[in-house]
Design a protein around this ligand. Structure first.
Ligand SMILES: Cc1cc2nc3c(=O)[nH]c(=O)nc-3n(C[C@H](O)[C@H](O)[C@H](O)COP(=O)(O)O)c2cc1C
Length: 204
């Protein structure tokens, strides 16, 4: 009985974090670093759900303008299950490889479908979350090149715009160079630690 009450109370106060995994490469560099960030968030009491975009059917936005009516996307695919998760979240962690100076195509399709939130906010003057609640987020990006000069600028702007539309404060990023082959991030202890710490601190 006491245990049940405790579990219920824990569920009520538990903060929700979603980890959005944007690479098509499972167990690759962004996957490894995202997992570390998720562990960090969980170790601080958050309930974390990992969203694996490559396993979802998400069509790109077709600019039909349907969302201007009610702030809801009219395309019937897996994105419909994602919208409530984005609204419910207290924290959002996004991880993506750098592809041609931007985020992966899979992640970009996911983000573009958030145009429905843009319509909700800026066309219909509706809030994203009840009471105007703001979430917190950060970005992990992995790239093969050895120097970061200009490499992450496009991706960071995209994620900042995504967070802005979602009323999510951009808390920072972990921008990783020199990660080419699959899985080499597991040998970069300093990056694993940075990701863990960022996840751990995200909501506090
Ligand atoms: C289609 C494609 C485009 C890429 N473009 C870049 C790039 O512009 N700059 C770069 O440094 N690395 C680029 N890379 C390398 C990846 O960003 C890098 O290997 C990254 O660590 C992959 O992350 P993942 O293992 O999570 O998929 C590209 C890789 C692919 C497959």
């Amino acid at each position: 009985m006491v245990r049940k009450k405790f579990q219920k109370a824990k569920r009520i106060i538990m903060k929700k974090v979603i980890g959005i995994f944007g690479s098509p490469r499972k167990e690759g560099n962004s996957d490894i670093l995202l997992n570390s960030a998720i562990k960090g968030a969980e170790s601080n009491g958050a309930s974390v759900e990992k969203i694996i975009i490559r396993d979802l059917q998400i069509a790109p936005c077709n600019a039909c303008g349907g969302c201007w009516e009610k702030g809801v996307c009219v395309i019937d695919d897996d994105m419909q299950k994602m919208y409530p998760k984005l609204v419910d979240a207290n924290g959002i962690i996004v991880a993506s490889p750098i592809y041609f100076m931007g985020v992966s195509a899979q992640l970009k399709a996911f983000i573009d479908r958030c145009q429905a939130f843009w319509a909700r906010k800026y066309v219909l003057n509706l809030s994203i979350r009840e009471g105007g609640r703001i979430a917190k987020g950060f970005f992990i990006a992995t790239a093969a090149r050895d120097t970061g000069e200009g490499l992450f600028a496009g991706a960071v702007k995209t994620i900042k715009a995504f967070f802005h539309v979602l009323d999510t404060q951009y808390m920072g990023d972990i921008l990783c160079v020199g990660l080419e082959e699959k899985g080499v991030a597991s040998k970069r202890q300093e990056l694993l630690q940075q990701a863990f710490d960022a996840g751990n601190k995200l909501l506090y």
